[in-house]
Design a protein around this ligand. Structure first.
Ligand SMILES: Cc1cc2nc3c(=O)[nH]c(=O)nc-3n(C[C@H](O)[C@H](O)[C@H](O)COP(=O)(O)OP(=O)(O)OC[C@H]3O[C@@H](n4cnc5c(N)ncnc54)[C@H](O)[C@@H]3O)c2cc1C
Length: 323
């Protein structure tokens, strides 16, 4: 039977990215008449395990305590052992788009003798091979990759896939005692970046600002708009590099890959590297003084105007609507 495995980091729980990955796994497994198994790397809370069992045919749980703090080397070893404990012959192993999974995916593919691919926005089987799709040239083209070897180990774009529906009966949960080497990296300290709200990759609505804002203060104005519509804030690389906002706000080729329902780009030109990170958004709206800015070729709604004239008014009108 051609089964599909989905790796989930236990400490992340069954978050939106994991839900999308399991949803993608379910659709892929259904297309080949197989099962979807969730391989949980590290301890997860009971509620998350139950939620995964409700949508999967099987949950293989590697709850070793040393995996609580994710260390890529150990997580990789765990993924390999959980893969063997699952059915060991998966046609595809899917991962989410967090940095750990991104690091693990190609190394896991190598260990399993498979092929790897990053940032897939759509996947399907073509005979024995997985076809994975992602946008190229800043959303101007779609590239389709045919992964030569099995299993295809692929990390997926967050929010690019719908969560899996619950099954009539929950899948079995199989605990596995993993045999892990001691970590080769000693963590001497951790600095956790302050994180408010949901991860940018999981946000359904994003308000992003660019260099055209001219400094850090206007991001406060954008925050009012974001708060009014329950959005998270993002930025172009130019704004992050200028130190106006934290680096983890960056959307694009070298930043976060997002696919929200609505992406509002304010004073962002729409360089191909930026488009690469947000080109899969369902709806894009842009505000820019330059009618020829490339972003206007990639948006559903555009306003050619100074953001200072638009953002406060937009915030006021939207607040009135929601109030
Ligand atoms: C290898 C590489 C990787 C990169 N990775 C990324 C990445 O991950 N993410 C990313 O974003 N970029 C990335 N870049 C940089 C990218 O090429 C652009 O330089 C960057 O996206 C530009 O940011 P911006 O649109 O904010 O600034 P600009 O291109 O300077 O655009 C500013 C826009 O603001 C408009 N504007 C000015 N004043 C106003 C106003 N008052 N009201 C409204 N609009 C106004 C202007 O008309 C202009 O269109 C990368 C580049 C390279 C080479």
């Amino acid at each position: 039977m051609a089964n599909v495995a989905v790796c989930v980091l236990g400490s992340f729980g069954y978050d939106r990215a994991a839900q999308g990955a399991v949803g993608a796994g379910r659709a892929l497994a259904a297309s080949v008449g197989g099962e979807v198994h969730v391989l949980v790397i590290g301890p997860a809370d009971e509620e998350a395990v139950a939620a995964m069992a409700a949508v999967a045919d099987r949950v293989v749980l590697g709850a070793n305590q040393e995996l609580r703090d994710v260390q890529p080397e150990q997580a990789l070893q765990a993924a390999e052992q959980l893969h063997a404990a699952g059915s060991g012959d998966y046609v595809a192993v899917l991962l989410s788009n967090d940095t750990y999974s991104q690091e693990i995916a190609p190394r896991l593919a190598h260990r399993l003798g498979g092929s790897s691919m990053a940032d897939a926005a759509a996947i399907r089987m073509d005979g024995d091979h997985l076809l994975a799709q992602r946008t190229a040239y800043g959303g101007k083209a779609i590239s389709i990759y045919r992964l030569k070897k099995s299993p295809a180990v692929v990390w997926l774009r967050a929010r690019g896939f719908e969560p899996a529906p619950e099954q009539p009966s929950s899948g079995d949960v199989t605990p596995v005692d993993l045999n892990l080497d001691p970590p080769r990296i000693r963590i001497v300290g951790r600095e956790v970046a302050a994180q408010e709200g949901v991860r940018l990759e999981d946000a359904p609505v994003i308000v992003s600002g660019g260099r055209g804002l001219g400094g850090p203060e206007p991001f406060q104005e954008l925050k009012k708009l974001a708060d009014t519509i329950g959005a998270e804030q993002g930025a172009s690389r130019a704004a992050c590099d200028a130190g106006w906002v934290p680096p983890n706000w960056q959307v694009g080729q070298t930043g976060k890959k997002v696919a929200p329902e609505l992406y509002i780009a304010i004073a962002i030109s729409g360089a191909s590297q930026h488009l690469l990170g947000m080109g899969d958004s369902k709806v894009v709206a842009a505000i820019n003084t330059d009618a020829d800015a490339p972003i206007f070729k990639h948006c559903s709604f555009g306003i050619v105007e100074d953001y200072k004239a638009v953002v406060p008014l937009l915030t006021e009108k939207l607040a009135a609507l929601s109030g």
